[in-house]
Ligand binder design. Structure first.
Ligand code: HEM
Length: 421
C-alpha cells in the first residue's frame, strides 16, 4: 500500500512537471515561433534572436557603443538614433518594418506611415488589443485605466472621462495652470537675480506639471493629491529601473526588491486615492458636481431608475493614476524640449513673444478662449512633437489573426509603431 502510494505520488509529480514544461515550451517557444513564421511569410526579416533574451543583448551592446561615440556638443535633432540606436541600425539592414524580439516575445517594428495606414484601414479598433506582455509590468501604474482597457470597457471609460476635457472645463482650469507656471517663473527670476542662474529646467517643469495635474485631478484636495503624485512618481522611477527584462521568461523575478517596492507603493497609492474618493463621496452634495477630474469621474447617472456611477471605485482609482502618468511626463517633456529648441533659435523666441503680446496682451491674466489664436505657437509645438515625440511609440496586439490584402497579422506579436519622422 505504502509503495503504491509512493508510486502514485511520483507519477503525479512527473505528470505535473511534464505538463508545466509543456506549458512553458508552448508559451516561450511554440506560440512565438508560429507567430514569427506567419510574420516571416509576409516577407518581414529582422535581427537574429537567441533564447531566452531575444535581441536584448544586441540592444544593450548597440546602446553602449552609441553612448560612447555620440557627442552632445552638436544637436542634430535625430533623437531616434540617440535614444534607440538599435532600431536605427536595424532599419539600415531590414527597412522600416522588421521583426525583433524582447525575450521570447516577437515585436513588429513599424516606422512606415503608409504601411500603418494599410494595416489599420477598415479594421475595427476593437480587433487591436493592448499588448499582453506589458500588462503585469504596467499594472501598478495604470491598473485598468484607459491606457490598458479594451473594447466595451474602453468605450465606457472613455465616455465617462471625455467631459473632463471639454473646452469649458479646460477653460475653468486654466487659472490653476497659470498660477503654477507663474510661481515657477518667479522662482527662476529669483534664482537669476540672486546670482545663481543655473536652473534644472527639466526637473522644474516636471514638478510644475505634477502640481498642475494634482490640482486638476483633485481641486481642493490638492494637498493630499500632491502626496499621491509624489508616491506615483517614486513608483514610476522604481518601475523604470526594474523592468529591464519584460518578455524574458521569469523576468519579473529578476529584480525582486524593486518589483516589491513598486507593488507596496502601488498599494499605498490605491489606499490614499480610495480615501480621497470616500471623503468626496461622503461630502453633502451642493447640487453642482465638482469640476475637477475626480468630480467628473464620480458623476452619477440614472440607470434603470437608480443613480449609479459609470465606474467602480477601483476603476476611478486606476483612472486617477492613468491621468497622472499619461498627462504629466508627456507634457513636461514636450515643454522642456520646446525651451531647448527655442534657446537654440532666438529668432523664434522673438516671433513667439510678439505673437503672445498681440493675441493675449501684456497683462498677467490669460483669456483661455484666445489661446487658439497663437498660430505660431502651434507650429512650434507641432514641430517639437514631430522631432521629439514625448510618447514615441504606440503598441497594439491583434486579438485575432487579421488579414489585410496579402498580409496576415497574427495574434501573438506586439505591433509597435514609431512616431518619428
Ligand atoms: C504633449 C503631451 C501629450 C502627448 C505627446 C500624448 C501622447 C499620447 C499618445 C501617443 C497616446 C496614445 C497611447 C496609446 O493608445 O497606446 C495617448 C493617450 C492618452 N493620453 Fe496623452 N499625450 C499628451 C498629453 C496628455 C495629457 C495632458 C493627458 C491628461 C491629462 C493625457 C491623457 C491620455 C489618456 C487618458 C490616454 C489614453 C486615451 C485612450 O486610450 O482613450 N495625455 N497620449
Amino acid at each position: 500500500m505504502g509503495s503504491s502510494l509512493q508510486l502514485f505520488l511520483a507519477l503525479s509529480l512527473a505528470m505535473a512537471a511534464i505538463l508545466l514544461l509543456g506549458r512553458l515550451l508552448l508559451s516561450w517557444w511554440v506560440m512565438p515561433y508560429l507567430a514569427y513564421r506567419k510574420l516571416k511569410s509576409n516577407g518581414f526579416s529582422g535581427p537574429k534572436p537567441s533564447f531566452p533574451l531575444g535581441n536584448l543583448n544586441d540592444m544593450k551592446k548597440l546602446k553602449n557603443t552609441d553612448s560612447t561615440s555620440s557627442s552632445l556638443s552638436t544637436i542634430s535633432n535625430d533623437i531616434h538614433s540617440t535614444a534607440f540606436p538599435y532600431f536605427s541600425q536595424w532599419q539600415k539592414s531590414h527597412g522600416k518594418v522588421f521583426i525583433y524580439w524582447i525575450g521570447t516575445e516577437p515585436f513588429l517594428y513599424i516606422a512606415d506611415p503608409e504601411f500603418l495606414k494599410q494595416m489599420t484601414a477598415d479594421i475595427k479598433g476593437k480587433n487591436w488589443g493592448k499588448p499582453n506582455v506589458f500588462k503585469y509590468d504596467r499594472e501598478p501604474m495604470f491598473g485598468n485605466g484607459l491606457v490598458m482597457v479594451e473594447a466595451e470597457d474602453w468605450v465606457r471609460h472613455r465616455h465617462t472621462i471625455t467631459p473632463a476635457f471639454s473646452p469649458a472645463n479646460l477653460k475653468a482650469m486654466s487659472s490653476l495652470m497659470v498660477d503654477s507656471a507663474t510661481n515657477m517663473l518667479d522662482r527662476w527670476t529669483g534664482l537669476i537675480n540672486s546670482g545663481h542662474p543655473e536652473i534644472d529646467v527639466e526637473r522644474e517643469i516636471m514638478s510644475t506639471a505634477g502640481e498642475i495635474i494634482a490640482k486638476m485631478s483633485f481641486g481642493m484636495c490638492y494637498e493630499t493629491g500632491t502626496k499621491v503624485f509624489e508616491k506615483l512618481r517614486d513608483m514610476q522611477i522604481t518601475l523604470f529601473n526594474s523592468n529591464r527584462y519584460v518578455g524574458v521568461p521569469f523576468g519579473k523575478f529578476l529584480n525582486p526588491r524593486k518589483t516589491l517596492k513598486a507593488k507596496a507603493l502601488g498599494k499605498e497609492i490605491d489606499a490614499l486615492l480610495r480615501s480621497i474618493i470616500t471623503d468626496r463621496s461622503s461630502k453633502p452634495s451642493t447640487g453642482e458636481p465638482e469640476k475637477d477630474l475626480l468630480g467628473v469621474l464620480l458623476v452619477e447617472n440614472t440607470v434603470d431608475g437608480r443613480k449609479k456611477r459609470a465606474l467602480t471605485t477601483e476603476e476611478v482609482v486606476d483612472e486617477c493614476k492613468t491621468l497622472f502618468f499619461a498627462g504629466h511626463e508627456t507634457t513636461a517633456l514636450a515643454l522642456t524640449w520646446t525651451l531647448l529648441l527655442l534657446g537654440l533659435h532666438p529668432e523664434w523666441q522673438n516671433q513667439l513673444r510678439e505673437e503672445i503680446k498681440e493675441v493675449l496682451g501684456d497683462g498677467k491674466m490669460i483669456d483661455a478662449t484666445k489661446l487658439g489664436g497663437l498660430r505660431k505657437m502651434g507650429w512650434v509645438m507641432n514641430e517639437v512633437l514631430r522631432l521629439y515625440p514625448s510618447a514615441p511609440n504606440v503598441q497594439r496586439q491583434a486579438r485575432q489573426d487579421i488579414q489585410v490584402d496579402k498580409l496576415l497579422f497574427p495574434t501573438a506579436p506586439t505591433f509597435g509603431s514609431m512616431l518619428f519622422p
